[in-house]
Design a binder for this molecule. Structure first.
Ligand code: ADP
Ligand code: MG
Length: 261
């Protein structure tokens, strides 16, 4: 058995557009061990999201397509999975939180019902306990008066609150891997810090692994074990956070670190 929970090997994607075939992810390899956090940084358009969406087969297709490489989860190549196996994987093993969460909550159910349902589906508890767990989770992601707000509908909450609910939902599924694609960019700085702290606590509590996509290098330095730097569809720097922050090898990473405030 591989020591890695997730291994991406030489992944290549193309977007087939009117302007021709655009390469977007161009031979990307990275891996995450159980219980570890990998931070992926790089400028806008460098392929961070397309790589992570490829894991769950969520790139818009068409125009996007995986044209090469392997994605191993617990040693199995999930690019070969059937749609049904993929659904299972998304439901049970890998959760994803996005920068723009607004589409992911169901408007006709209260946020409490949605989190409780996720807990009941994934953990061996009865309704009253699941509801208490949901309230506790809402409190931990920074929702004030969670005992009242749990019965609100998504439209009654601000964007930032909904994002926190989405994080609570993703964690209620007790995933083995959490993919967080710039999950806190839309939130204010104190809330960002709170949520990252929470993710790290829960990571240790559940033995979860995290793929953390961000353009904030400070956050990577503080919260990640490994870092991959992407540039124009490729990984230009990859390894231990300490090693790379002390001694970046690639000129792009150099520039990136020197532009830090
Ligand atoms: P990042 O997340 O690093 O900002 P993305 O992974 O979203 O970047 O995008 C990487 C590249 O993939 C983009 O520069 C673009 O060329 C291409 N791409 C992504 N989505 C689409 C799309 N829907 N149509 C065409 N090209 C796309
Ligand atoms: Mg992105």
């Amino acid at each position: 058995m591989s020591e890695y929970l997730l291994e991406i090997k030489d992944l290549k994607t193309h977007f087939f557009t009117d302007d021709g075939v655009l390469p977007s992810v161009d031979g990307v390899s990275y891996a995450i061990k159980k219980g570890e956090t990998l931070g992926v940084v790089g400028e806008s358009g460098s392929g961070k999201s397309v790589t992570s969406l490829s894991i769950l087969r969520l790139i818009p297709s068409p125009p996007g397509k995986i044209v090469g490489g392997e994605i191993l989860f617990e040693g199995r190549d999930i690019t070969k999975f059937s749609e049904e196996e993929m659904r299972q994987l998304r439901g049970n093993d890998i959760s994803m939180i996005f920068q723009e969460p607004m589409t992911s909550l169901n408007p006709v159910f209260t946020v409490g019902d949605q989190i409780v349902e996720a807990i009941l589906l994934h953990q061996d508890v009865e309704y009253p306990e699941a509801r208490e767990m949901a309230i506790n989770m809402l409190e931990r992601v920074g929702i004030p008066s969670p005992r009242q707000r749990i019965d609100e509908y998504p439209h009654q909450m601000s964007g930032g609150m909904k994002q926190r609910v989405m994080i609570a939902m993703a964690l209620a599924c007790r995933p083995k891997l959490l993919i967080a694609d710039e999950p806190t960019t839309a939130l204010d700085v104190t809330i960002q810090a709170q949520i990252l702290e929470l993710l790290n606590e829960l990571k240790d509590e559940f033995g979860m692994s995290i793929l953390f996509i961000t353009h904030d290098l400070g956050v990577v330095a503080e919260t990640c074990d490994q870092v991959a730097v992407m540039y124009a569809g490729k990984i230009v720097e990859y390894g231990n956070v300490e090693t790379i922050f002390e001694n970046p090898a690639h000129p792009y990473t150099h520039g990136l670190f020197h532009s830090l405030p």
